[in-house]
Design a protein around this ligand. Sequence first.
Ligand SMILES: Cc1ncc(COP(=O)(O)O)c(C=O)c1O
Length: 468
Amino acid sequence: MANMNLGSRDVATTIHPYTNLKRHESDGPLVITEGDGVFVRGEDGKLYLEGLAGLWNASLGFSERRLAEAAYRQMLKLPSYHTFSHKAADIGIELADKLLSLAPAPMSKVFFVNSGSEANDTVVKLVWYYNNAIGRPNKKKILSRAKAYHGVTVASASLTGFPNNHRDFDLPIPNILHVECPHFYRFGQAGESEEAFAGRMAASLEQRILSEGPETVAAFIAEPVMGAGGVILPPSTYFEKVQDVLHKYDILFIADEIICGFGRTGNMWGCEAYRLKPDMITCAKALSAGYMPIGAVMVSEPIYEALVRQSEKIGVFSHGFTCSGHPVTSAVALETLKIYEQDDILSHVRRVSPRLQAGLRQFADHPLVGEVRGIGLIGAVELVADKPTKTPFPSVEGVGAFLTQRGHHHGVILRPMGDSIAFCPPLIISESEIDLMLERFSLSLEDTLAMVRERGLIEYASVPVLAK
Ligand SMILES: Cc1ncc(COP(=O)(O)O)c(C=O)c1O
């Protein structure tokens, strides 16, 4: 096999996540071999601007030496250890301490994991354990939302609100329920204000809680900004109203900060952008700038106390991963948090993000663009077949995927979430790199307009031909 090219070897050897496996056999992969700042290099030498920071995670770009050196130093000192049965690695303690000091709401303890999915799976188990501990064995249902993304392990895929994450995987598991996706552009009614829509969403959440029986509903989980669902921002007053409902029925609030955490919105946490007061927080991705697989769950003091009581009763808290609190991932995460502070990444994001947000909004008048949305250094452009009626393209046409393929041609990597094109560049991106990303997106958008016209997917009459 060594004499085959890399792409063929990949097809021969690897199952790819979130990939049409049949198509991959004929199309093969885009093989990336190097990183440099906000760019990555393909095996053919071509440089691509990484408009999604990999998978929303490479917050410091692809060539931060301090992280490589932190990993190397730790590898030489203590390359592996664990946190089971009263053991700890010194560096993991430092990281837990730092994370708690940054938390957007009072948090008591940290539990380390290796991914966002593991963080959300852990949260589900903790909610159940907690309610058993405090004598509420029937309060077990967890509410998530349509189009939420919380991961792919058994419980977290159940929380995820996409049919394809459930279909033929025999999910969701019992006790996981989904309520509406609060996307005002898509689901707001004619004449309804954003606040009235938020009120309707909260009222419908309350109705669902009442019909399930509040004594059976344990928790509600939400991303402050829904990422993989298409970068959906909460409508104005949504979270205030939702949190009121949760308080009323003594329902825990879990904030999934796996994309929003560590500066993405121009705040350290999405919770700060939208004034969320969660009982538990999950984070991963930018915790290590995507350089190492690490995630964390933070829990409030009442939850921690209940865990202590229950583990005392049972004799042990039987949950944890071999690499929970791994010294090398911890060292890289700690160094990442230091860089955020020392380089004042938050101020940088606040300085450059208006360039991205204003730049994206320039596409609002484009014939293919239904909605432009975003905050900080995250955004999306939603493509539609008909602007006035917001009619989407038939999904079989793969219009969003076509645009991102053209993006590769023009040297930018973006991600289609259906026909919403997501932008989430490394936080270190400069204004001129933002301009370049948008320029390359613009070329890809024009190619897409030409394609949909050619395939007759939009009405010529309703779409002015853009002046050259
Ligand atoms: C909001 C959110 N939660 C959870 C996850 C799952 O994280 P992982 O892929 O590390 O398991 C993701 C991944 O994209 C995410 O965006």
